[in-house]
Design a protein around this ligand. Sequence first.
Ligand SMILES: Cc1ncc(C[n+]2csc(CCOP(=O)(O)OP(=O)(O)O)c2C)c(N)n1
Ligand code: SF4
Length: 258
Amino acid sequence: MNEKLLLEDGTELEQVFCRPDTLTDVPYHYCPGCGHSVVHNVLMEVVDELDIQDKTIGVAPVGCSVFAYHYMNIDMQEAAHGRASAVATGIKRVLPDKLVFSYQGDGDLAAIGTAETIHTVNRGENILIVFINNGIYGMTGGQMAPTTLPGMVTSTSPYGRDVHMAGYPLKITDLIAQLPGAYYVTRQSVHNPNAVRKLKKAVTKAFEYQMQNKGTCFIEVVSNCPSGWKMTPVETIKYLEEVMFPYYPLGDLKVPKE
Ligand SMILES: Cc1ncc(C[n+]2csc(CCOP(=O)(O)OP(=O)(O)O)c2C)c(N)n1
Ligand code: SF4
């Protein structure tokens, strides 16, 4: 980055963006407009900029991002559904000098993995947990997740989520922020360039805190699932702004005191 590009006519251009070395050349399998790919880019740009490619270990979930290890050019470990934060705990304890993160969807982290998530944060494990909340089980056909909004239509709630039958959406990030082991908890998104920049800052901070052994950093990204929501990518952005963000407000939930 910040290299000069010389055009054929002699014009010099400053290069302000390039594909980070930390992303492989493998094309993403994600649906068009899906937030997963943008979050992958952000994570790897930060790893690139902090020059930590050789010491970062990611833990991939089960869900649409199950193949994250194909794209992130770092050491990666696959975890069973919901167990990514427990696997990340093991890796970090054995290799404390490495920077470890788990990457998990809402079905993975807030349904089957609820216990692992809460206990990992409660122990204050010195890892980063990246939580992609698209309000649905994307990979398996768009079923209702704990995070599905009231009235939201999914393949298992065709008349909309009925809270009297299925309960209320689980704001697991709000719970996490109450735990003493949580050092930095924030809710971000990738629905526009400004949001992407904010997410990048949050990821950078989280890795820096991990270098200082501060405890668990938890970043929720309120994301979209055009296929599961049965919307165009543009329609999902409107839905995020008008429906998802009022329920899952963006911003920091817990910031370090200093
Ligand atoms: C133990 C176990 N239970 C259930 C499944 C089936 N399964 C695979 S992915 C998934 C849900 C994924 O949804 P989410 O974590 O929200 O990620 P997304 O696909 O939306 O990114 C489920 C239920 C599984 N693979 N293993
Ligand atoms: S099903 Fe949804 S979460 Fe999965 S890749 Fe497609 S848009 Fe993304």
